[in-house]
Design a protein around this ligand. Sequence first.
Ligand SMILES: C[S@@+](CC[C@H](N)C(=O)[O-])C[C@H]1O[C@@H](n2cnc3c(N)ncnc32)[C@H](O)[C@@H]1O
Length: 252
Amino acid sequence: MGGQTSDVRRILVVGIGAGNPDHLTLQAVDALDRAEAFFLIDKGVAQPLNELRQEMIERHARADHRTVVVDDPPRDRDPEDYDAEVRRWHQARADRLGAAIEAELGDDGVGAILVWGDPSLYDSTLRVLATVDETVDLDVEVIPGITSVSALAAAHATALHGIGEPVLLTTGRRLTDGPSVENVVVLLDGQHAFKEVDPDTEVLWVAYAGMAEQRTIRGRVGDVADEIVAARAEAKAEHGWIMDAYLLRRPT
Ligand SMILES: C[S@@+](CC[C@H](N)C(=O)[O-])C[C@H]1O[C@@H](n2cnc3c(N)ncnc32)[C@H](O)[C@@H]1O
């Protein structure tokens, strides 16, 4: 994977940014124009998110591009062994994607996969492609994108940390496991894990960062936690889906 040989299938993994069509970088626009086929892994995500991907393809891809939908295999969301279930699911996903790439791209064909934000952050595409590469020879090229973390910081016009301080990036599920770091960015929190932290912690919350629907709340956890829970519920009811993230600044 990742070599520069020409007669091997090339897959462009394109970070498309955190939901605003203008997050697409010039490098990403160029990549969309290079791809002859787009592999869309249908994760059953909310329709507006699929529409955004389609809109970017229609706008920037070459006229004769093909779109190949790869259905995501079913996944047990509440397994006894979480890691084993994720490994099984990734293997099934790799099998389906590998078969689609082999069928749709010639030996030196160029395909693309569009990834929300950046592929380095809580996204399985690169791991799945590494598994595909065990059976179908591939060159993988990554085009980085604006992450939800950048969009969160921008929404609050803030740096993520004070001078020389560390930042921990984690998920709601792991928030209470982590070391006690001054600054913690949390993604993927449907359980309102912020309610469990010291109420004197400052929270900078954003939903739909960078998008027209953007909403922010900032304050002491003890003061604004209920407001965030209510805002999440309201936004989800209004739009049918939500993406939100937050920065926690631990009290010193
Ligand atoms: C599966 S992760 C993917 C992260 C993505 N690869 C990135 O670079 O940002 C999805 C999570 O990212 C966060 N997220 C993505 N887009 C967001 C946005 N526009 N506003 C707020 N949070 C967002 C949410 O926490 C969401 O649950």
